[in-house]
Ligand binder design. Structure first.
Ligand code: XMP
Length: 512
């Protein structure tokens, strides 16, 4: 087991970012709720603890607090923002509401030598977001750095190895923030940087073998990053005991089924069952226009088809899923914390319960970028690992209104052109997602000497880091012009292209 840094979550929207930054330094980190018991924490045997920021004020009654014995575990502690104020208050210092709140960038002046700022310039721009501040230090502490609004922007008790930062080192806008975190990890906690994908792969394979024994495992392969990497990993561990099921629901993109089969043939040479269920899905969706009803029909039919395939296989004990770490972190529902918002939709929700199978989730420790690294270690092609997310209901939520074969064909062809141009120009990799949407609106056009009366295609391209918020991408005019020309010229059934300039919120990424 690699050395562990525990991140106690006080509800900051940046808690996961802290954990990721630590892992990027090759140190394993785990996010746990702020009130995790001391015995649980001891079991995790941390080499250091980080207290995250949070939306609460330590001055209010009922503010979230860790178990007080956390400061007696004998391991270094780093408090960030709310974490610093908490540490200050709990250890006997003073915290007050600031005269002037500090939001955004401010200039930090390093006052004295310390582990945290070792090798760094004495002036740094750092990113703050706080309304309270520490006004007097607890016993044993000294100030390491200050900003205009805060005399104790960084503090330490070198004997007990307690550190505090009023600013957020984990966000990009803080200069040398990553180095400050690294100084905590390697200078203070003496971490060994023993978290890497090759080691993870070896131990994950060992765990899968131990858990599964000689039993059979099924996995719903979508062709997306998570399920493909999960399949490759499990296949490496148990070979033909893994059976992948790919459901063609008739709502896939151009050539998608063939691409998944090819990926499988070339890189995961195990058992793949393809269920051709397009006509069943389309029959059930006939005449349905309400987005929620569509989603329900697609979800329910998926489970039915999947279930039938599994029944044909006889004895199966495990259902494997590509669940990732952000889905399993218990979010701390503290007022005002966007991280506590609804989690993104689940592709195969309801499957395990219905089928009474044990779950196998070998990626549940990993963040998305780590899954991509793992995929690389397993030899999966970059093209697959860099793919944009694709929703479970597929083109079903991208044909607005009723779904039929004509509309799907128009959408598929237009979408393939858009993606092709994004790939050619290098824009694909800069976007979180890009796709076409078929609008059930017809407009008049003219082609040659003839009038046309055909449908509208909307282009959607967004930047985002987690799909919770997203902004429309400012694609170059030239690229948009080319995509529009190609779609109108090459796709029969579309004579107008529009570009969606809505951000999330208030819009969503998908149209339905
Ligand atoms: P929205 O449209 O809610 O989408 O802004 C956020 C992200 O979730 C994806 N999405 C889904 N993914 N099953 C999925 O696996 C679904 O039913 C589903 N609906 C939306 C969407 O593509 C975006 O990345």
């Amino acid at each position: 087991m690699p050395q562990t840094i525990i991140v106690l979550d006080f509800g900051s929207q940046y808690t996961q970012v802290i954990a990721r930054r630590i892992r990027e330094a090759n140190v394993y980190s785990k996010v746990v709720p702020f009130d995790t018991s001391i015995s649980e924490l001891r079991k995790l045997d941390p080499v250091g603890i980080v207290l995250s920021g949070g939306p609460a004020s330590v001055l209010t009654k009922g503010a979230p607090k860790p178990k007080s014995a956390i400061f007696e575990l004998g391991v270094p502690v780093l408090g960030i923002c709310y974490g610093l104020q908490l540490m200050g208050k709990l250890l006997g210092g003073g915290v007050e509401k600031s005269q002037r709140r500090e939001y955004g960038r401010s200039s930090l002046k390093v006052l004295t030598k310390s582990y945290l700022f070792r090798g760094l310039p004495s002036k740094l721009l750092v990113w703050n977001s706080h309304g309270d501040c520490l006004t007097s230090l607890p016993k044993g502490f000294r100030a390491l750095a200050q900003t205009e609004n805060s005399n104790f922007s960084a503090i330490e008790d070198p004997n007990r190895k307690f550190y505090g930062l009023q600013f957020h080192p984990e966000v990009e806008h803080s200069e040398k923030g990553i180095e400050i975190l690294r100084n905590f990890l390697f200078g203070v906690c003496k971490c060994k940087a023993d978290w890497d994908m090759e080691d993870f792969t070896v131990s994950a394979i060992r765990n899968i073998r131990q858990t599964v024994g000689s039993k059979k495992v099924i996995l719903g392969l979508s062709g997306g990053v998570d399920s493909s990497v999960a399949a490759a990993l499990i296949h490496k561990a148990i070979g033909k005991q893994l059976i992948c099921i790919f459901v063609d629901n008739g709502l896939l993109r151009l050539n998608e089924r063939e691409e998944v089969k090819k990926l499988f043939r070339d890189h995961i040479p195990g058992k793949l069952k393809v269920a051709l269920a397009g006509s069943l899905f389309l029959k059930r969706l006939k005449g349905v226009t309400n987005p929620e009803t569509k989603r329900k029909i697609i979800g329910k039919t998926f489970i039915e088809v999947f279930d039938q395939e599994v029944k044909k296989l006889g004895d199966v004990d495990f259902l494997a899923q590509g669940t990732l770490y952000p889905d399993v972190i218990e979010s701390v529902p503290i007022g005002g914390n966007p991280a506590a918002l609804i989690k993104s939709h689940h592709n195969v929700g309801g499957l395990p319960k219905k089928m009474k199978l044990k779950l196998l989730e070998p990626l549940r420790e990993l963040f998305k970028d780590e899954v991509r690294n793992l995929g690389m270690t397993l030899g999966l092609p970059k093209k697959v690992l860099m793919r944009h997310p694709f929703p479970g209901p597929g083109l079903g939520v991208r044909v607005v209104g009723e779904i039929n074969n004509h509309r799907l064909r128009v959408l598929r062809e237009a979408d393939a052109i858009f993606i092709d141009e994004l790939l050619t120009t290098g824009w694909y990799a800069k976007l979180w997602q890009a796709f076409c949407v078929f609008l059930p609106v017809r407009s008049v056009g003219v082609m040659g000497d003839e009038r046309t009366y055909e449908n509208v295609i909307s282009l959607r391209a967004v930047t985002s880091s987690d799909a919770m918020t997203a902004d429309w991408a400012q694609l170059p005019d030239k690229l948009l012009r080319r995509v529009s020309n190609r779609i109108i010229n090459e796709v029969k059934g579309a004579n107008r292209v529009v570009y969606d300039i809505s951000s999330k919120p208030p819009s969503t990424i998908e149209w339905e």
